[in-house]
Design a protein around this ligand. Structure first.
Ligand code: UDP
Length: 239
């Protein structure tokens, strides 16, 4: 499996992976394991931008489905991503990895605002930059936030670490004969409504030619394998 060597990546982790085996919230032991994966990847010389979702704490859509105002619920979701970013910052720094959190919703007591040039400088200095609060606007998700930061920071690829090991032609949980793609093009993902990321995130990656690598982050050592062009994953790219 030949794969170009990446210099700078954006790693997007779904909030739910921070739960470990819990049903809700943050499992610090599992976050420490995730941080170790990030550290190992960084030690290969990669520059790493991180975006973490908030689904382990709060999703705007879930609040709206129960009668909340969608915008209000989405802001709560964005705040949840800041908590996750701080948890990951703590775990990385306990492993000796320098980090900075930049939030799209300014919160100057706990982190920096998003400033691209500053983020560049952090990467140059070997820091992991964790982008929190998505794009800072309701009706978006952290997938869109990840695509936006990947474009802005000129990342070579967007790696989506989630609970599934790639993109399937149908839901593998309900269809045992679902087929996993090795590679698939952006337009097929959009036309067939394949569950990778939301459409705006996929379109942004397509328009900026950023490959999306979907893999399971729950499996120990998998991030390093995927970065080495091994391991189970799906690459979404130009057809
Ligand atoms: N959110 C938002 N705008 C953004 C990013 C996130 O409104 O730019 C809100 C939205 O309510 C979302 C929640 O934050 O449901 C948590 O993010 P997401 O669902 O993307 O987390 P994940 O599924 O990756 O854990």
């Amino acid at each position: 499996m030949s794969q170009p060597k990446y210099k700078r990546i954006l790693l997007k982790l779904s909030g739910e992976v921070l739960m470990g085996s819990q049903k809700f919230g943050i499992d610090p032991e599992f976050v420490a394991e995730l941080a170790q994966e990030v550290k190992t990847a960084k030690e290969t010389g990669l520059e790493i931008c991180l975006v973490i979702g908030g689904g382990n704490i709060f999703r705007g859509m879930a609040g709206a489905a129960k009668g909340m105002d969608r915008t209000q619920a989405d802001y709560m979701g964005m705040l949840a991503t800041v908590m996750n970013a701080l948890a990951m910052q703590n775990a990385l720094e306990q492993l000796g990895v320098p980090t900075r959190v930049q939030s799209a919703i300014e919160m100057d007591k706990v982190c920096e605002p998003v400033i691209r040039r500053r983020a560049e400088r952090h990467l140059e200095k070997g820091r992991v930059v964790i982008f929190a609060a998505g794009v800072g606007a309701p009706y978006f998700t952290t997938d869109s936030g990840a695509a936006l930061r990947a474009a802005e920071m000129q990342c070579d690829a967007l790696l989506k670490g989630t609970s599934v090991d790639g993109v399937y032609d149908s839901d593998p949980k309900t269809n045992p004969s679902a087929k996993r793609y090795d590679t698939v093009d952006y337009d097929t993902v959009l036309a067939d409504n394949l569950k990778v990321m939301d459409a705006s995130a996929v379109a942004l990656c397509r328009d900026n030619n950023i490959p999306i690598v979907v893999f399971s982050i729950r499996e120990q050592g998998n991030l390093a394998k995927v970065l080495a062009g091994e391991g189970t994953r799906t690459i979404v790219k130009k057809g």
